[in-house]
Each structure stands twice: as structure tokens, then as C-alpha cells.
Design a protein around this ligand. Sequence first.
Ligand code: BGC
Length: 417
Amino acid sequence: MRAGLKTTMTALAMLAITTSLSQAEDVEVLHWWTSGGEAAALNVLKDDLGTKTIGWVDMPVAGGGGEAAMTALRARVTAGDAPTAVQMLGFDILDWAGEGALADLSATATAEGWDKVVPTALQAFSTSNGQWIAAPVNVHSTNWVWINKAALDAAGGKAPETWEELVAVLDAMKANGITPLGHGGQAWQDATVFDAVVLGMGADFYKAAFIDLDPAALGGDQMAEAFNRLIKLRSYVDDNFSGRDWNLASAMVINGEAGMQMMGDWAKGEFLKAGKVPGADFVCIRFPGTQGMVTFNSDQFAMFNQTDAAAQEAQVAMAKAIMDPAFQSAFNVVKGSVPARTDVSNEAFDDCGKKGMADLAEANTNGMLFGSMAHGHAAPAAVKNATYDVITAAFNGEYADGAAAAAALAEAVAAAQ
Ligand code: BGC
């Protein structure tokens, strides 16, 4: 009896030790990857960490662009309960680093030579004050259009290369009785389309307006024309678009209800998840007029300061796992993005992925790589949110014309700085 009790107690004690060990090696990950394609990519990450005995505690916060996730994060940190690892974009990473909330990954970064393989444009958001404060898992870009192949064939078969050709294809799709443009009416989605429209007005203009925040560019004639184009695009969207999630808009293109979607390459993850093949079922093109240029955003994992040594170890292990070249290939093949390292082969990628990798390298070499305003890589959150408000109001016809919207944009951005 006594021996039995002792055995039970030993077993309990061992269970307690094992539990506390496995809990200590867990990472709690806050992210907004909740669509089918995103979840598939997330599983690649989860499984990879699993093989390294890092446990996963999931904290998903739905909402593309991560606005809701960032609100949830602020609440957790304010409550003194920061998650271990957080998916973050651009200026948000730098803001948190400025608050001193992020763990310094420099020792790992130096040992693993991250500075030699991560493009400088990404390092601008992975480092702060000479320290590595985030590990980039991918590079997405926002100036893509995803077209249903059969719908394109029925509309003449030629992928549009200019704004005029784009309008002609959209008109033909309308005449064919489908919704030309699959879109979800959420501010970040409107802004994603607008990234591409503004870039289509020229690289210098995009840079002046969205990176340099030049008031003359924000409020001038070219911006008025960009808004007129956005307002024109609205006329190709169905009436039920308001509040629709982006992946449901992708589904409309996948099933032929809509002709195309203007969306970042996370949309490709939805097509792949549905078993669709690039070139056969869908076509990926750069937004007409933006070939050779890229507006990028990079998902990075920032590690929030932890006092527990085992938790810190798990953070380092997770950062290393994320930066592993084989993982970067496996993950990005599913996610729709491209690797955040320049030394990963394009072999495993489909044609759209290969194009994405080649476009990124070309744009980087030619000074044509710009941070996405819609996805937090052009300006801090206050400015981004100010642009969201004006872009969505313009999309919904709240201004008399593009010129009025441009004037409102210049004013809103000035007020937000
Ligand atoms: C992220 C992507 C994500 C998309 C839609 C973007 O901001 O960078 O990883 O798939 O939002 O949720």
C-alpha cells in the first residue's frame, strides 16, 4: 500500500516535472493566419517546431493586415502577459522595439550570419539600434492580380498590361455575366488594391507619396487620378462586398463567380489549397503598369521579453527554425510568399512563386522595391490608418471626385504625423 502510494507520488512528481518542462518549451504565438491557405502554411511552421520539441500554444486573431491582432497584442502586453512570439509587420516591429519590449536576437543572428542573407530592405524592419529584434519568415508583395483562367479566356485571353487593357478585360468579364472584380470591403483590402493603383502611376510617384509622404504628391493631380481609378474599380465589384473576408473574395475567383482579385500573394495560398494550378486554372500577373516594381511586406516573428530562461531558449530555437533555408522553402511554397533569404533555391516553387522571386530580386537591384503602405511597411501605424480612412471613403463614393479624395488624403496624412 505504502509502496503503491510512493510509486503514485513519484509518478505524479515526474508528471509535474515533465509538464513544467514541456510548458517551458512551449511558444505562445500570436498571429492572424486563419484562412485555409494561411492555416496550411501555419501547420508547416507548427510541424517544423514540433520536430524540434518546441510546443505550440495558438493565439489566432483573425483579420488581414493584422490590425485586430495588434489591438489584441497591446491588451496582452498592457496586462503584463505578453505572448512569446508575435507575427508582425514593418513599422509595428520598430514601434515595439522602441518601447523596449522585444528580445535581442543578435547573438543568434550573428552566429547564423543573417545579415548576409536577409535583404537590406527587410533588415530595416528586423533590426533596431544595431540589434536583431525579429526573424523574417517571408516576403509578400501587394501588386498582384489573380485571374480565373477560364474567365480570362472568355474575355479575350490576353492578360492586361496597361490600365486601359485592364479596364477592357474587366468590361468583357462584365459583359460575360460574372462579377469582374472579387473584393471584400474592409479598409485594409481597399488599401491593398490602392497600393497597386498608386504604384501603377509610377515608382517615383509611389515613393514620393507613400514613403516620403510628400504633401504635393499626396494631394496632387496624380493622386487625384489614382483615386479616380480606384473609384472606377469599385464599379466592377458586386453589391455584397461590404465586410467580406479576403479569402471569400479569392473563393469567388477560384469558382469562377468573379474574374479576378487584386490582392497580395497570400491569395495564391487559397488557390493552392483549393487544388488549383497556376497557368492552368489561374493566372498571376503584376498589377498592370507595375511590372518590374514591387510593393512588399514581410511577416516577421518578434519575440517579446521573457524572464524565464527556458522560454528564452524556446524563442531562440523558434527564431533559428524560422530562418532555416529548407524551412523557408517549405513554408513559402504553401503560403504564396517567397523566402526572406536570398540563398534559397526556387526549385520547389510554382511558376508564380518563381516569378515572385525573380521580380523581387530585379526590383531590389533596380531600386524598384518599396514598402507596402497597406501592410505597414511604408509609414507608421498612425499614418497607415489615416490613409485607410480616406481610401475606404473614396472607394465607397464619399468624395465628389478623385481630386477631393486626394485633398482629403494630404490633410489626413499631415494630421497623423
Ligand atoms: C500578411 C499575410 C496575410 C495577409 C492576410 C498580411 O498582412 O502579411 O501573411 O496572409 O495579411 O491575412
